[in-house]
Design a protein around this ligand. Structure first.
Ligand code: HDE
Length: 713
């Protein structure tokens, strides 16, 4: 008999566990009963032009199965993408937790991860403004542990009982089902304007965090305070955080909106393609540990999920690394049918009384029973890799063939099995927290006393560019709100966060600016929450960034080849974009493959643009609006642009505001904008390439935005 705690797990355990369920494409078609099919194009009829016959079991089976292909989508987080991988601790966490998968640095625990958007339906666009979900199923030797987090460390509401309200408010309005995958409508802001506890999350929500560039570049936060419990039974509070090793990056709003049309699958495609290419996304797990005796030292309640603990107060201890290295074989079987639940914990990880968390512990299991049925835990993606024994039985789609006659506990006829796990073996026992009080339907005073100071802290922590983006996001979101009273209430709430912010928001949404501050800004900040400040601290890398090379017949092919090679060396991914698919001919007659056309691609799908020389090529591009727009838009979105030889002419034609090409010296010394790298003669491709790569690693050149009139001075 196998025991739950002596099961050896390794990186491949889950992949192997799923092996018996994988089906190869078969040679010959059969019905579901295995009977060979000789014709699947013509239904059985009485006479060639006659009525179809009921005895055509193949027709009936094919159609009735098709009729049942859809299952309910997730009520939230319906749109998502998944990947397999593994997790490994750097060193044992035994001091803090007895969880087995956090003990041995030589063990690779298999994981399945699902990233998601929150509001849109399953077919909605990836790049809309939204919070991103970050769920991980760890298949540990002690059972499945699910981390179910978001890319923002706080939440809108304090008590789970309000979750149906906020989700109803953000989803399309019930009378006309408009708008899809967007919070920019009256119902959402009506709710928010009446629920001041949401203001901290709203600040994060309006920041560039909700315009994630890639699933490979988002943080993941457990949001709630959980507990770690060690072997001695000592508990500590813990917050879990994931950091992407590529850094945290976002789109600019205009870019994200255009991408929703150009490539609505942008995020899932990016994740899929990078894994296929072997550029495996990596994330570091970190924890903030809080001793039980420090529970009340923060001035806010650590059980309140609208608050976070700034890293400056409690440092994040690095724990281990997760690598995603395998795409699912089948989206529905794996990603769609995966079921995550913050209540699925293993010994060593435990809950707190956070009322948002308590509510989640009910909702996830409940919704999964509805969405996937009673036996969803049997599905290959959800099955633990350790043994499962209990007396639960039957139900739709029961796939286990349990042997033996007993299905109750205690029993003597079945040898008493399955028995209770004896002491000394891994079993879950809830942390014996002392609880007392009267039954009340009330919000704790400690939750009510301050809704705004962390919202102010967030605002204070942003760079001017980030503040500007936030204000413009508010202009967009509230600009779509038709009811003036809602906009006015929102300005009043912003005034509680910061007076200047309220004035800036009011200006764009047709509402009178507040005349005086209601509270004084406390002046505190937490630089760790600013993506831009975080970027400054992280090592900059151009790896997996995508570069468009704009070219046509007559291009200088040696420049194309050289830059491609230099970029590839740095892990940058170049693609040639031209008018037609196929090949173009370089000035020297060399054929160059075209990867994308001006119809299939757009600058929003790339991180940078390069225009090589070649008189004929550039003449064609200069006369093509799509090429001009490509460069212009890349510039507008503050992306690096490089050009060599005649290629510089295309840049000149693209009206790059503030860039003075007359002063452009040779070899990359162009113009008061470091994001533009040019060489008039293209003689030094190596140095141009290196400068371009540095610019790509830097990412965005915000000085271009500063040339426009900014909201935030
Ligand atoms: Fe969820 N959430 N949620 N949520 N959530 C679901 O469970 C819920 C919350 C999160 O990839 C549902 O299986 C309640 C916070 C993710 O499959 C549902 C409350 C956080 C996913 C549900 C919250 C999340 C979900 C829908 C307030 C970040 C996608 C389908 C009490 C820490 C999981 C499902 C996946 C999904 C309920 C709030 C993250 C309805 C009641 C806070 C990443 O059960």
């Amino acid at each position: 008999m196998s025991e739950p705690n002596n099961h050896q797990i390794n990186e491949d355990s889950k992949i192997k566990d799923m092996e018996p369920f994988r089906q190869e494409v078969g040679e010959y078609m059969t019905t579901n009963q295995g009977v060979g099919v000789s014709d699947t194009d013509n239904s059985l009829k009485a006479g060639e032009r006659g009525p179809s016959l009921l005895e055509d079991f193949h027709h009936l089976e094919k159609m009735s199965h098709f009729d049942r292909e859809r299952i309910p989508e997730r009520v939230v987080h319906a749109r998502g993408a998944g990947a397999h991988g593994y997790f490994q601790v750097y060193e044992s966490m035994a001091k803090y937790t007895k969880a087995k998968f956090l003990q041995d640095p030589s063990v690779k625990t298999p994981v399945f991860v699902r990233f998601s958007n929150v509001g849109g339906s399953r077919g909605s666009a990836d790049t809309v403004r939204d919070v991103r979900g970050f769920s991980i199923k760890f298949y540990t030797e002690e059972g499945n542990y699910d981390f179910v987090g978001n890319n923002i460390p706080v939440f809108f509401i304090q008590d789970g009982i309000k979750f149906p309200d906020i989700i109803h408010a953000v989803k399309p309005e019930p009378n006309n089902e408009i708008p899809q995958a967007s919070s920019a409508h009256d119902n959402f802001w009506d709710f928010i304007s009446l629920v001041p506890e949401s203001m901290h999350m709203i600040m994060w929500f309006l920041s560039d965090r909700t315009l994630a560039k890639s699933y490979r570049m988002i943080q993941g936060f457990g949001v709630h305070t959980f507990r770690f419990v060690n072997e001695e039974g000592k508990a500590r509070f813990v917050k879990l955080h994931w950091k992407p090793l590529l850094g945290v990056h976002s789109f600019v709003f205009d870019e994200a909106q255009k991408l929703s049309g150009k490539d609505p699958d942008y995020h899932r495609r990016d994740l899929w393609e990078m894994i296929e290419m072997g550029h495996y996304p990596e994330y570091e797990l970190g924890v903030q540990i809080i001793e039980e005796e420090d529970e009340n030292k923060f001035g806010f309640d650590i059980l309140d999920s609208t608050k976070f603990i700034p890293e400056e107060l409690v440092p994040v201890i690095p724990v281990g690394k997760m690598v995603l290295n395998r795409n699912p074989d089948n989206y529905f079987a794996e990603t769609e049918q995966s079921a995550f639940h913050p209540g699925r914990v293993v010994p060593g990880i435990d809950f707190t009384d956070d009322p948002l968390l308590q509510s989640r512990v009910f909702s996830y299991h409940d919704t999964q029973l509805y969405r996937l049925g009673a036996n969803f835990a049997h599905l290959p993606i959800n099955r633990p890799v350790c043994p499962v024994h209990n007396n639960q039985q039957d139900g739709f789609m029961q796939t286990n063939i349990k042997q033996g006659r007993t299905n109750y506990y205690p029993n003597s006829l079945g040898g008493g099995c399955p028995m209770m796990t004896p002491e000394g073996m891994s079993a879950f026992s809830h942390y014996s927290e002392s609880v007392q009080g009267n039954k009340v339907r009330k919000r704790a005073e400690s939750f009510k006393k301050d809704y705004f100071s962390q919202a102010t802290l967030f605002w204070n922590s942003l760079t001017d560019i980030e503040k500007d983006h936030l204000v413009k996001a508010a202009h967009f979101e509230l600009g779509k709100v038709q009811t003036k009273a809602i906009r006015e209430r929102m300005v009043e709430l912003f005034n509680q966060v910061d007076h200047e912010l309220a004035k800036l928001v009011a200006k764009g949404i047709g509402v009178a600016a507040p005349t005086k501050a209601v509270t004084e800004n406390h002046g505190q900040s937490s630089p760790a929450v600013s993506m831009e400040k975080m970027k400054e601290k992280m090592e900059k890398s151009a790896k997996t960034r995508q570069v468009a090379i704009l070219a046509a017949d007559g291009v200088n092919s040696s420049q194309v080849m050289e830059i491609k090679e230099i970029l590839k060396q740095a892990g940058v991914l170049p693609q040639v974009v031209s008018e037609f698919k196929g090949t173009i001919k370089g000035a020297d007659g060399q054929e160059i493959e075209v990867n994308q056309t001006f119809l299939t691609a757009a600058s929003v799908m790339f991180d940078a643009v390069y225009v090589p020389g070649g008189k004929q090529s550039v003449e064609m591009l200069v006369n093509k609006d799509d090429a001009i727009e490509f460069v212009h838009e890349a510039f507008k979105h503050c992306k690096p642009i490089a050009a060599t030889g005649e290629g510089v002419e295309l840049l000149k034609g693209a009206h790059l505001k503030g860039v003075n090409f007359d002063q452009a010296g040779s070899n990359g010394k162009a113009k008061a904008d470091q994001g533009i790298v040019t060489s008039q003669d293209g003689s030094d491709m190596q140095s141009i390439g290196q400068k371009f790569i540095e610019a790509i690693a830097k990412g965005r050149f915000w000085t271009r935005e500063q040339m426009e009139k900014k909201m935030v001075p």
